[in-house]
Design a protein around this ligand. Structure first.
Ligand SMILES: *Cc1c(COP(=O)(O)O)cnc(C)c1O
Length: 380
């Protein structure tokens, strides 16, 4: 699904010397490299504060802790996402409220969010699933109307642009009150281990969060709040700082691969290629609205699981993200949920299939993958 070796080969010199420098200086934790990367990421995103931490799940949890959400507060999020999103809500004893998603973009459905808002609702967590922003303008309007926080789960969207109705753009993760991201190796900006970060434009919230990531300390050995220990280590920061200048070109390479996949599947009527909200039909050669963390097809009237098997038998990795909706997971079932409210996710789990997507995909690989998919569909 990813080719991290090929990507490393192209930046080996910078990465190796930068890691060696940290070993030589023994600045393993909170070293200057972490601060440098933080500043560079702030500049890239156009956000006031980046607070590095240990992983994307911590980043979400810490963002929620920073907002002072309390037991019983309801937090609305998408039913169709990686479990980390709902996990931290539950872990903090907040009440997760899962809602359906849009069938075209896979992102949280605005009408479903509206229906789910109650007097107990305190926050909405949109996930920029597969690399495309949720409808942030509508969510920010709703948040303003109902006095809610918006926490962007940007683990899959780093580098994507969000375009407002008036044409202005902002980077994903800089629009809500706070955002989280993950630097897991397979993410669009990945390190060589675990890493994550929280973004915000709010000075007070940034200050609160900087204490929370460091045992609730704002002054050494004075613990003002219950915090956690969540750090990005310097070696990971060195890898990320070497890769950050290449993030746009990495995302372009992903978009190029998506464009080739789309072209190959254009006339296959059982396959629905990814849609983008900007009206560029998923082709995206003029804008940066989708960074294709995953390239996810919907297949109609096709035995999806047999297709997965067929691809694997031909040496092609593929993934089903996600095979079980969160509302149906044992840990997150809730008697308040009504199956009729999850029509889209219940359908998507049967139809989605993600093909290999990374920065090193070659044309002949794409040709082989698309031909294998098309042959299967023609013969079944
Ligand atoms: C990867 C991911 C996370 C968690 O990130 P980790 O660094 O693995 O903890 C959270 N949310 C989404 C949507 C993700 O894809």
């Amino acid at each position: 699904m990813v080719d991290l070796k090929g990507q490393y080969a192209a930046i080996k010199n910078v990465v190796d010397s930068s890691i060696q420098e940290i070993i030589d200086n023994t600045t393993f934790v909170n070293g200057p490299k972490v601060h440098e990367f933080q500043k560079n990421l702030e500049n890239y995103l156009g956000v006031k504060h980046v607070i590095p931490c240990a992983n994307g799940t911590d980043a979400l949890q810490i963002a929620m802790m920073g907002l002072g959400l309390e037991q019983g507060d309801e937090v609305i999020t998408a039913d169709f996402t990686f479990a980390a999103t709902v996990e931290v809500i539950a872990l903090l004893k907040l009440t997760p409220v899962l809602v359906d998603v849009d069938p075209e973009t896979f992102n949280i459905d605005i009408e479903a969010v509206k229906k789910a808002i109650t007097p107990k609702t305190k926050a909405i967590v949109p996930v920029h699933l597969f690399g495309q922003c949720a409808n942030m303008e509508a969510l920010m309007d709703l948040a303003k109307q109902h006095n809610l926080y918006v926490i962007e789960d940007n683990a899959q969207g780093i580098g994507a642009d969000y375009t407002y109705a008036d044409g202005t753009k902002a980077k994903s993760g800089t629009i809500g009150h706070v955002a989280s991201t993950s630097f897991f190796p397979s993410k669009n900006l990945g390190c060589y281990g675990d890493g994550g970060a929280i973004f915000t434009n709010d000075d007070d919230l940034a200050h609160t969060i900087r204490g929370i990531v460091n045992h609730g300390m704002y002054e050494r050995y004075h613990h003002d709040v219950v915090g956690v220990n969540s750090r990005l280590d310097s070696i990971q920061a060195a890898v990320l700082d070497a890769k950050l200048p290449k993030l746009d070109s990495y995302n372009n390479a992903r978009r190029n691969a998506a464009r080739k996949y789309n072209a190959a599947f254009k006339d296959v009527k059982n396959i629905i290629t990814p849609k983008t909200v900007n009206g560029c039909e998923g082709i995206c050669d003029t804008c940066n609205c989708h960074v294709f963390h995953q390239y996810t097809l919907k297949v109609k009237n096709v035995d999806r699981d047999a297709l997965v098997k067929h691809l694997n038998e031909n040496g092609i990795p593929c993934g089903v993200y996600y095979p079980i909706p969160l509302h149906a997971q044992k840990a997150y079932r809730d008697t308040r949920y009504n199956e009729a409210d999850f029509k889209v996710t219940n359908q998507l789990i049967k139809e989605v299939i993600s093909l290999p997507m990374h920065t090193e995909l070659e044309d002949d690989q794409i040709d082989f993958i698309t031909k294998t998919v098309k042959d299967f569909i023609a013969n079944n």
